[in-house]
Design a protein. Structure first.
Lengths: 434, 137
C-alpha cells in the first residue's frame, strides 16, 4: 500500500502554521534538513521533562531510564541499518563528524605517504574536505571518479582509478545535489577486490530508502539524523567491529575511558571509546524515535513514495515550466527524491526569493558541492527535495511558482540567448562600459 | 508588481552598466559570494592622483548582485580611492532602494565587498594586474 502523505502530514506540526492566506508551507528542502514529526518531539520532551539525567553514571531511576533510552536509540539505528550489532553504532553530531572521525582516527593510522584515496566528483564538501586535510598531513593523494552528463558515476573511470590500488574509496549513497542513487553494493565489491576499504556517505541514503550495511558490505557507513526526521545534533557512524576495535580514539575525555591515571589511560569498549564527554542525549533519543517512525512506515514504501514524486516532477516540470533545465539522472529509478534545475536567464537565488513569497521553500546555490557545480558549468542551481510528507500538490505549487517567477522576469521560457537576460549578460561586449 | 524585483532592478540586471573588461586596469579583483559561489571581477583605471577614470565588471550573479554592481560602478568615476574606501553598506542599500532580507545581503553587497578587497590588496605605489600579479606603477 502506498504511503498516505496527507495522513502523515498530520504528524508534522509545521504544517499547522499559517504562511499567509491560510497557506501551508510547501517545504521542498528536505535534503537540507527534514521536518520533525510529533513522536520525535515527544521523545525530546520526555527526556527533557521526565527523566533528565546523564547517562552511564547515575545509580538512580532517571539515570537508568536515560541510559536505557540512549542505548535503545542505538539499537534502533542498528536495526535500521541492519548492522550485525549495536556496538558497531557510534553516535556523532552528524555525517560530517562521522567522516572526520574516520579520517582522523583510521586515516592517520593507515594512510601513509603516496597512498591514494579515491573520491568522486559527486561528493558533498563534507566528504571532500576531511580527506583533503588528511592527505595534506600524510602527503598522500586524492583521485576522483568522473561523472557522466546525467550526473552518474562513470564506472569505467572508477575501474581505472582502482588500478592505483587505493587504500580507501569514499562516495555517497545518494547525491545530495542531483539525487543520483549510486550502485553502492557493486562499487563496494569492486573496491574490495582492489584491496581498498569503503566508506559510504549515507546522509541522503538513510532518509530516502532502505539501507542494509551487510548487503552493501561497506566498511564504514555514516549518516545525519536531522535529514531523516530526527533532531539536529544527531547522527551515527557504523563501522565493522574489528575496524572500530583497532582504531585509536578520536577525542579524549569522560565516557570513553576505562581507567584514568595521571599519565596514562585505558579506553572503554566500542562504541563508547568514540563518545567522549556527555553526548547530545536528547538528540540521540530523538533520532531513535525518528528511525522507529520511518521503520513503522516501511522504508520500501518511503522509497516508492519518493520515486512516484520524482517521476511526476521529471515528467510534469518540463511541460509546465517551459525552458526549465533539469540536471541529473533522467530515470526516477536512478534518482532519489531530489530534483535539481535551472531556469534560463534567472539566477537560482532570485528563483528561491520569489518562491518564498509563495510559501515555497527550495534550496538555491551550490548545495555544498562547489566542485560538482564547476563540473556542470553552473554557479548555482535550484533544488527541490522531498520526504515522506511531500505531496503532488507541493510539486504543482512549485510549477505554478516557477511560472510566476518567469512572468516577473519577463521570461516566457522560450527565449533564445539573444532575448534572454542574465546568462546572456556574461557575453556582453566591452563597449557596454563607459 | 514585486518591489524587490521592480523594473529598475530588472533593467540593471538585463543591461548592467559598466559590464565588461578594461584592457590594462590599474586595479582588478575577483570577489566571490561564499553563499552561492557567484563571482565577479571588478576593474578600475586610476589616474596619478588615485581618481577613478574608468570602471568595469564581469561575472555572473543574481538580479540583486548584478543590479547592485551596475548601480555602484556608476558612482565610482571621478572619485578618489580614499573616497571609495569610505563607501559603506548603507550607501549600496540606498542605491538599490529596496528591502534586502538578511539571507540576500551578501548578494547585494558582493560588489562593495569586492571593491573593498581590491583597495585593501593594493599596497601604496603598486597596481595589480588582472592576474593579481603585482607590478610597479
Amino acid at each position: 500500500m502506498p504511503l498516505d502523505a496527507a495522513a502523515i502530514r498530520a504528524d508534522f506540526p509545521l504544517f499547522k502554521r499559517d504562511f499567509g492566506g491560510g497557506r501551508t508551507l510547501a517545504y521542498l528542502d528536505s535534503a537540507a534538513t527534514s521536518l520533525k514529526p510529533q513522536p520525535v518531539l515527544d521523545a525530546l520532551e520526555a527526556y527533557n521533562t521526565r527523566y533528565t539525567a546523564n547517562i552511564h553514571r547515575g545509580i538512580y531511576t532517571t539515570a537508568e531510564e536515560a541510559t536505557a533510552a540512549y542505548e535503545a536509540a542505538r539499537a534502533s539505528a542498528a536495526r535500521f541499518l541492519n548492522a550485525p550489532s549495536s556496538s558497531e553504532i557510534v553516535f556523532v553530531r552528524n555525517a560530517t563528524e562521522a567522516i572526520n572521525l574516520v579520517a582522523y582516527s583510521w586515516g592517520r593510522k593507515h594512510i601513509r605517504q603516496a597512498d591514494t584515496i579515491v573520491l568522486t566528483e559527486l561528493e558533498h564538501h563534507s566528504n571532500l574536505v576531511p580527506w583533503q586535510l588528511l592527505v595534506q598531513e600524510q602527503d598522500a593523494d586524492l583521485e576522483f571518479v568522473a561523472i557522466d552528463d546525467q550526473g552518474r558515476l562513470d564506472q569505467q573511470s572508477f575501474e581505472v582509478l582502482l588500478r592505483t590500488h587505493p587504500k580507501l574509496v569514499a562516495f555517497n549513497h545518494v547525491s545530495n545535489a542531483l539525487g543520483t542513487i549510486n550502485p553502492v553494493r557493486e562499487m563496494t565489491a569492486r573496491a574490495h577486490a582492489a584491496g581498498a576499504l569503503v566508506l559510504v556517505d549515507g546522509a541522503q541514503g538513510v532518509p530516502h530508502g532502505p539501507v542494509d550495511v551487510q548487503d552493501i558490505d561497506a566498511d564504514f557507513y555514516v549518516f545525519s539524523g536531522h535529514k531523516a526526521l530526527g533532531p539536529t545534533g544527531s547522527g551515527a557512524l557504523w563501522a565493522r567491529r574489528e575496524l572500530l576495535d583497532a582504531m585509536p580514539p578520536f577525542m579524549g575525555g569522560g565516557e570513553m575511558i576505562r581507567e584514568v591515571h595521571l599519565r596514562h589511560t585505558t579506553f572503554n569498549d566500542v562504541p563508547w571509546k568514540f563518545e567522549a564527554g556527555t553526548p547530545d542525549i536528547a538528540a540521540a533519543i530523538g533520532l531513535g524515535a525518528a528511525l522507529e517512525y520511518l521503520m513503522a512506515l516501511g522504508m520500501d514504501r518511503v522509497r516508492a513514495h519518493e520515486r512516484m514524486l520524482t517521476a511526476y516532477a521529471l515528467d510534469m516540470l518540463p511541460r509546465a515550466v517551459p525552458g526549465i533545465r533539469i540536471i541529473g539522472p533522467a530515470s526516477p529509478d536512478e534518482r532519489a527524491g531530489i530534483v535539481t534545475f535551472t531556469l534560463p536567464g534567472i539566477h537560482a537565488h532570485d528563483v528561491a526569493t520569489l518562491l518564498d513569497r509563495e510559501a515555497i521553500a527550495i534550496r538555491a546555490g551550490h548545495h555544498c558541492t562547489q566542485p560538482l557545480h564547476e563540473r556542470l558549468g553552473e554557479s548555482a542551481t535550484g533544488r527541490a527535495s522531498f520526504n515522506v510528507y511531500t505531496t503532488i500538490d507541493d510539486l504543482d505549487r512549485l510549477a505554478a511558482g516557477l511560472r510566476t517567477v518567469q512572468r516577473i522576469f519577463g521570461e516566457d521560457g522560450h527565449s533564445t540567448a539573444a532575448g534572454s537576460v542574465g546568462a546572456a549578460a556574461v557575453q556582453y561586449p566591452v563597449s557596454s562600459h563607459g | 508588481m514585486d518591489d524587490l524585483y521592480r523594473d529598475e532592478i530588472l533593467e540593471h540586471y538585463r543591461r548592467p552598466h559598466n559590464f565588461g573588461t578594461l584592457e590594462h586596469p590599474d586595479l582588478s579583483y575577483e570577489g566571490a559570494n561564499p553563499l552561492c559561489g557567484d563571482r565577479m571581477t571588478l576593474m578600475l583605471d586610476l589616474d596619478e592622483a588615485g581618481t577613478v577614470t574608468d570602471v568595469a565588471f564581469t561575472g555572473r550573479g543574481c538580479a540583486i548582485s548584478q543590479a547592485s554592481a551596475s548601480l555602484l560602478t556608476d558612482t565610482l568615476r571621478g572619485r578618489t580611492t580614499t573616497e571609495l574606501g569610505r563607501l559603506a553598506k548603507d550607501d549600496v542599500l540606498e542605491l538599490l532602494g529596496i528591502e534586502i532580507s538578511p539571507a540576500r545581503l551578501k548578494c547585494a553587497l558582493l560588489s562593495l565587498d569586492t571593491l573593498q578587497r581590491a583597495l585593501a590588496e593594493r599596497p601604496a605605489g603598486t597596481v595589480t594586474t588582472p592576474n593579481a600579479v603585482e607590478v610597479r606603477a
